[in-house]
Design a protein around this ligand. Structure first.
Ligand code: UD1
Length: 337
């Protein structure tokens, strides 16, 4: 069964390719290498024993997308990771984000719905909830006005998919990720941010290895246990497995609606300081940090209610925050060695 993974050499994409291959799917990866290295293919091969079929395609080129699907009309499902994801960058360059995240979605859907099977898994984000009023956040919590063009592309993406599914053969699962972290336990694949990491865990591991002098903790005057923000950090391997389960649900026609939405989180919130201290404990490294002003756009807290994913999708996390931090640290050490 041929499954296409766009952005399949990226952080979450590559881990999902591994899980798909482990389950016997034939995987075709599309990536334009704008934020990923071709060597990720070797990492995937080392873990699974098989190199996925790879096409270097820029999904903003409509003709290339059309050609691709002419060649791969036997595709039974598509998992769409290809997108830009830096919040700050999206504020400075909104058109880049609308082109990268919306145009590409439209082109992919146009081709997918012409196939006999149009099963589509979409990477959404808990960012659609903004600062939710109640914790943990359920899927029926209201979608708040987006705080960045990046966040807006996730909301618009969800709406596009719902509109298309209403009038075509498209079936879709929207997966709203909380904070994906960690790496494959083999340390063959992991997260490789370009430049200075914007996200917490890659910054921590780079600080611990000596690449960054000091971590800035954005605010300690929030109304939380220790004043720092609360997030739901989920191991990327658990997250990857959820994609395979969601795809299988569509292939088995188990879905109750044309478009279903699931939160992917652990259900547990951790503060920034808790993450730092957990990292120090599992790595034996001291993390230098200082408290600085709040970062614009940060919500106080966000963690998932995971009941729907557990009961309907039949998926649950298996790995802990400590597992995730240990794998991230193992990966960082391997990359710099
Ligand atoms: C961010 C995006 C989210 C996106 C996700 C994945 C925002 C508001 N949200 O999530 O939409 O889907 O990344 O790319 O940008 N922190 C520090 N110091 C640092 C870095 C982070 O204290 O150097 C804190 C943040 O204030 C936050 C927590 O760590 O409280 C997690 O931050 P981060 O890893 O950037 O994720 P989010 O902001 O939750």
């Amino acid at each position: 069964m041929k499954v296409v993974v766009t952005g399949g050499l990226g952080f979450i994409g590559s881990h999902t390719v591994v899980e798909l291959q482990n389950q016997g799917f034939e995987v075709v990866v599309i990536d334009n290498l704008s934020n990923a290295s071709i060597s990720v293919l070797d990492g995937i091969e080392k873990i699974t024993g098989k190199k996925p079929f790879f096409e270097n395609i820029d999904l903003r080129e409509k003709g290339s997308v059309q050609n691709f699907f002419q060649k791969h009309s036997d595709t039974v499902g598509l998992i769409h990771f290809a997108a830009s994801k830096a919040v700050g960058e999206s504020v400075g360059n909104p058109l880049l984000y609308y082109e990268n995240n919306i145009n590409t979605l439209v082109y992919v859907l146009q081709e997918l719905i012409a196939l006999p099977q149009a099963n589509f898994i979409f990477s959404s984000s808990c960012t659609v909830y903004g600062q939710a009023e109640t914790m943990p956040i359920t899927e029926d919590a209201s979608v708040q006005p987006a705080m960045s063009p990046y966040g807006n592309t996730k909301q618009i993406g969800e709406e596009i998919i719902k509109d298309v599914a209403r009038v075509t053969n498209l079936s879709s699962v929207l997966l709203r990720y909380f904070n994906p972290i960690g790496a494959h336990p083999s340390a063959e694949i992991g997260e490789l941010p370009l430049g200075v990491p914007q996200n917490l865990v890659p910054f921590i591991t780079q600080a611990a290895i000596g690449l960054r002098k000091e971590l800035s903790v954005f605010g300690n005057d929030y109304p939380t246990v220790d004043g720092t923000c609360i997030r739901d950090y989920i191991h990327v391997v658990d997250l990857a497995k959820a994609h395979v389960v969601a795809l299988q649900r569509l292939l088995d026609k188990q879905n109750l609606e044309k478009v279903e939405t699931f939160n992917l989180g652990t259900g547990t919130g951790s503060s920034v300081l808790e993450v730092i201290h957990a990292f120090e404990k599992i790595s034996g490294q001291k993390v230098q940090y200082k408290i600085v002003d709040r970062r614009e756009g940060d919500v106080v807290q966000a963690y998932a209610n995971t009941d729907k994913a557990r009961e309907i999708l039949g998926w649950n996390t298996e790995l802990s925050l400590e597992d995730a931090l240990a794998s991230a640290w193992k990966w960082e050490q391997k990359v710099r060695s």
